[in-house]
Design a protein around this ligand. Structure first.
Ligand SMILES: Cc1cc2nc3c(=O)[nH]c(=O)nc-3n(C[C@H](O)[C@H](O)[C@H](O)COP(=O)(O)O)c2cc1C
Length: 165
């Protein structure tokens, strides 16, 4: 089975995006969920690739067969937290890799952020294939103490996207 690294770009402690990725990981073999917010803030802001925690995740990305890159929509784009990590990756960090982009948002109004914001940066990092991706709104992902309950039909969409990955 291919190994998949799932990067989560939310700064929130109680992140819907992270809960969604953990849900996906619980249904899929060999998915390693990495919340970027868990990395040291100073190392992220200073692009300190020698920081041990940062370099460990950079290596995970390099070793992954495929990636999920997920973020909440923030101000009509992906989050700054995700950007701090993507900016410290080497130029062709995603060369040869397939990437599934996922955005969660409060409303569908910024669904195109997947294509005008997140997709270009993944392409710029050399991703071989950036899949169509998923834009999911909050009311489709109900938080529970154990994780998430998804809206009807959503699990099928997620399963299809992960299967393609
Ligand atoms: C600072 C901030 C900015 C946001 N900007 C947008 C936005 O521009 N468009 C949108 O649809 N949702 C926006 N949202 C809503 C979040 O994208 C949405 O609630 C998301 O699911 C949060 O994911 P998280 O719990 O993983 O952080 C914003 C939320 C915050 C806190």
């Amino acid at each position: 089975m291919p190994s998949i690294v799932a990067l989560a770009g939310s700064p929130s402690v109680d992140s819907r995006t992270v809960a969604l990725l953990r849900h996906i990981a619980s249904h899929t073999h060999d998915v390693d969920v990495v919340p970027i917010r868990a990395l040291p803030a100073e190392a992220l802001l200073g692009a300190d690739v020698d920081d041990p925690a940062v370099s460990e995740v950079v290596k995970k990305v390099a070793d992954a067969d495929a990636l999920i890159v997920a973020s909440p929509v923030y101000k009509a784009a992906y989050s700054g937290v995700l950007k701090t990590f993507l900016d410290l990756l080497p130029p062709a960090a995603l060369a040869g890799k397939t990437v599934l982009p996922i955005l969660t948002g409060g409303a569908p109004v910024h669904a195109l952020a997947l294509d005008y914001a997140l997709r270009p940066v993944l392409t710029a990092l050399g991703a071989r294939h950036v899949l169509t991706g998923l834009f999911l709104i909050d009311k489709q992902i109900e938080r529970t103490p154990d994780g998430v309950v998804l809206a009807p039909d959503l699990q099928a969409r997620i399963d299809a996207a992960v299967a393609e990955l």
